[in-house]
Design a binder for this molecule. Structure first.
Ligand SMILES: [Zn+2]
Length: 167
């Protein structure tokens, strides 16, 4: 086994105790005979393994965990505050409190549409939403078509009445 391989194993699997017995023996026999790897092993023990073992024994005080938790919560709130949908909802929330209920419900529809449009690229089922919006558009179009038909009907009736009058 080459020195580089031995030193790599010393840094990783050997110090983790994740090494097979066979490989462990090979590494130890190499280190016994190789001054360079012996020195490497000693340095590794002093510089990397021993300080790490001391750190493991130190238990952080409970107050540190509270501070970390608090910092995470503050960060979450800040992220929430910069979320465009939350900002939009906040802005529209003040508009929703208008006295006219029709305007209020119209605003809610607008908010819902904006939220849907904003969320569309973030959702996996964005396709479903665009299909839903298409359906809504078709529904609105059909309402318009019905209104046109009614107008045509009235006009036709009127025409017939006129025709009846003149005939
Ligand atoms: Zn060596």
């Amino acid at each position: 086994m080459k020195c580089r391989q031995v030193q790599e194993l010393l840094m990783t699997d050997y110090s983790d105790g994740q090494i097979s017995e066979e490989l462990k023996t090979t590494v130890e026999e190499h280190v016994k005979l190789c001054k360079e790897c012996q020195r490497f092993g000693e340095l590794l023990q002093e510089e990397a393994i021993d300080p790490f073992k001391r750190v493991e024994k130190v238990r952080p005080p409970q107050s540190l965990w509270y501070k970390i938790k608090e910092a995470i919560e503050v960060e979450n709130r800040q992220q929430l505050a910069t979320n465009p949908i939350i900002i939009l909802l906040g802005k529209f929330k003040s508009i929703i409190h208008v006295p006219k209920p029709v305007l209020a419900s119209a605003t809610i529809v607008v908010v819902a549409l904006i939220v849907l449009i904003f969320m569309q690229p973030q959702l996996e089922n964005g396709q479903m939403i665009s299909e839903y919006l298409e359906e809504q558009a078709e529904f609105l179009a059909s309402l318009g078509a019905n209104a046109e038909n009614m107008d045509n009907g009235d006009y036709v009736n009127f025409g017939t009445a006129l025709e009846e009058h003149f005939l």
